[in-house]
Ligand binder design. Structure first.
Ligand SMILES: CC(C)(COP(=O)(O)OP(=O)(O)OC[C@H]1O[C@@H](n2cnc3c(N)ncnc32)[C@H](O)[C@@H]1OP(=O)(O)O)[C@@H](O)C(=O)NCCC(=O)NCCS
Length: 146
């Protein structure tokens, strides 16, 4: 499995995969760093991170339907965490309405909205999701070489 950074020219494909999975696409921007995996058909899976100071907002995780449950989603999250550690981030936050169990099994814990730092609260994803249905989760990142 070859997980690589995705370029700006690949954004339309990213957007199509996210849209097909019901994830937000209106606020995709060059500030989001995307990683992805491809096969001959196209993009199999994607994940993104928005950096805000020492913190990251993990977002846009989606695996193409025919490639689910073979470890791809986990591999994308692990690679993103590895890069976050390399970039010396201290923690990753995420919002989810669909994948709380998936992330809980990968070390993410629920956080009360009032405990979320301002820089994460001010992101467009945070501002746009419905507070009554979306769960906020956090994982500490152990910085490389710290
Ligand atoms: C959430 C999502 C990204 C998971 O992707 P995935 O590639 O299926 O993830 P994985 O294969 O790594 O793990 C999924 C499950 O399959 C299991 N699995 C992993 N490898 C497996 C294998 N080789 N054989 C059988 N099962 C396997 C895992 O144990 C996992 O179960 P768990 O969460 O109970 O531990 C995918 O379901 C998706 O795109 N959902 C729609 C979009 C979405 O909700 N995104 C989250 C937004 S925050």
């Amino acid at each position: 499995m070859n997980i690589t950074p995705l370029g700006a020219d690949e954004l339309p494909e990213v957007s199509a995969l996210l849209g097909a999975n019901g994830l937000p696409i209106a606020d995709l921007s060059p500030a989001i760093r995307f990683l992805g995996v491809r096969d001959r058909v196209g993009l199999e899976g994607v994940v993104g991170v928005e950096r805000h100071g020492e913190l990251g907002l993990l977002r846009s995780l989606a695996v193409r339907q025919d490639r689910r449950e073979s470890g791809l989603g986990s591999a994308l999250v692990m690679e993103l965490e590895r890069l976050a550690a390399e970039d010396r981030l201290s923690g990753l936050y995420l919002l989810t309405t669909t994948a709380e169990r998936f992330f809980a099994r990968r070390g993410y814990a629920r956080v009360a909205r009032e405990d979320v730092p301002t820089e994460i609260r001010q992101t467009s994803e945070f501002a746009s999701v419905c507070p009554s249905t979306a769960v906020v989760m956090r994982k500490s990142i152990h910085r490389s070489g710290a």
